[in-house]
Design a binder for this molecule. Structure first.
Ligand code: PLP
Length: 407
């Protein structure tokens, strides 16, 4: 079968048998290494999406591959009914990275970690102020996942409309507005949940003063602060977890994505007593905390630290924003560049983000479009200056070709 035929066959089967939840790009990746992806015809791409912020070590990192190959040949799954290797050590590694006494529950995805955190907060609230204490305040434009409660927590009505009614108990406030949060928190509130930097919503950070004020407000009102670090975690913005740069410690943290460099995993971290909220039988998962993903997670967490990728994220993030700033200064197509570490967005003047991302893909650069007018740049943390320079050159060319009067 020719390569063109293989692609056609794959796309045809996909259209016939896979639910159409994604409008896929016309490319089929078959291999990856570091920042590079290879398609079925042998073309090479630079990856500035990293599996939506999940492959922080880069593709096919040998430490993770070896850990997974070794464990899959030994034992894949027995369930949480038994002790297994790696679960306890990965939990300890995460608590050490968190830097606070805490306990961990393992799930399989970000949405599942968020669901678990919602249950934990309700359980905690019931124990404090009775069954009426179950409400959670989150931010407008936030993203917490696609399952029902995580979707209800998400502050994007367009993603919710088709699935009403959603579980009750969620309200949304504008980000970085302390007065709005103050008014929204009532005795029925058990938690406030925020992303330190909103990812899916378009890369909008919490202000430092805001997050500190939120921490104080939660302490005063006896409400849990849940930070959803599913996208910001694992050195994406420099420190192991984004909140560490804010000097704010959450009561609960949700993790997933880069925790096992692309293997499906999620985790809830509960600080101090909060980590003892769930009692046996109150929460669970068939696969969560299995030895295979936990072996991958341990190898990943160790390699991220050994390779000092947080430092690289900070240095390359600063370089990327300065180069993107040059692009913005030279074309009316870009109105803003924002972000932290290697989590960045380019705000476009015109609603042509999809067109721009398609042109970049054709030029061998994988960049995510959010909505109509935002490009999100989320490379593996091994990204270096040459890759950034290649991206910037491609952006100049793309804006010159698709933006009337641009560049
Ligand atoms: C902040 C945040 N929370 C939760 C999720 C949901 O994670 P998953 O897609 O693994 O369910 C995402 C996914 O992008 C996310 O960015």
């Amino acid at each position: 079968m020719s390569m063109a035929d293989l692609f056609e066959q794959t796309a045809t089967l996909d259209a016939r048998y896979v639910m159409p939840t994604y409008a896929r790009k016309p490319v089929m990746f078959v291999r990856g290494e570091g920042m590079r992806l290879y398609d079925d015809t042998g073309n090479t791409y630079l990856d500035f999406v990293a599996g939506i912020g999940a492959v922080n070590l880069g593709h096919s990192h040998p430490a993770v591959s070896v850990a997974v190959a070794g464990q899959i040949a030994k034992l894949t799954h027995v369930s949480n009914l038994f002790y297994v290797e790696h679960r306890d050590e990965l939990a300890r590694d995460l608590v050490e990275l968190f830097g606070q006494p805490a306990k961990v529950f393992f799930a399989n995805s970000g949405a599942e970690a968020v669901e678990g955190a919602i249950k934990l907060a309700r359980r905690w609230g019931h124990a404090r102020r009775g069954r009426g204490c179950f409400r959670i305040v989150t931010a407008e434009r936030s993203f917490h996942g696609r399952t029902l409660a995580a979707l209800a927590a998400t502050g994007q009505p367009s993603k919710q409309e088709a699935f009403q009614p959603l579980p009750e108990g969620f309200s949304h406030v504008p980000l970085n507005d302390v007065a709005a949060l103050d008014a929204a928190v009532t005795p029925e509130t058990c938690a406030v949940m925020l992303e330190p930097i909103q990812g899916e919503g378009g890369v909008y950070p919490c202000d430092t003063e805001y997050l500190r004020a939120v921490r104080e407000l939660c302490d005063e009102r006896e409400v849990l602060l849940i930070l959803d670090e599913v996208q910001t975690g694992f050195y994406r913005t420099g420190p192991a977890f984004a909140h560490q740069a804010y000097g704010v410690v959450p009561d609960v943290m949700c993790l997933a994505k880069a925790l096992a460099n692309g293997m499906p995993i999620g985790a809830i971290v509960g600080r101090g007593d909060v980590g003892d909220t769930f009692q046996p039988g109150e929460h669970g998962s068939t696969f969560g905390g299995g030895p295979l993903v936990c072996a991958a997670g341990r190898a990943c967490v160790r390699a991220l630290a050994d390779e000092r990728l947080g430092e690289n994220a900070l240095a390359m993030g600063a370089y990327l924003r300065s180069r993107l700033g040059e692009v913005a200064a030279s074309t009316a197509a870009v109105t803003e560049v924002r972000g932290s570490g290697l989590m960045n967005a380019v705000q476009l003047a015109a609603p042509n983000a999809q067109q721009t991302s398609a042109a970049l893909l054709a030029a061998g650069l994988v960049v995510n479009a959010i909505g109509d007018s935002i490009l999100r740049i989320l490379p593996p943390l091994v990204c270096g200056m040459p890759e950034i320079d290649t991206l910037v050159s491609a952006l100049y060319e793309t804006f010159a070709s698709i933006t009337p009067g641009g560049a």
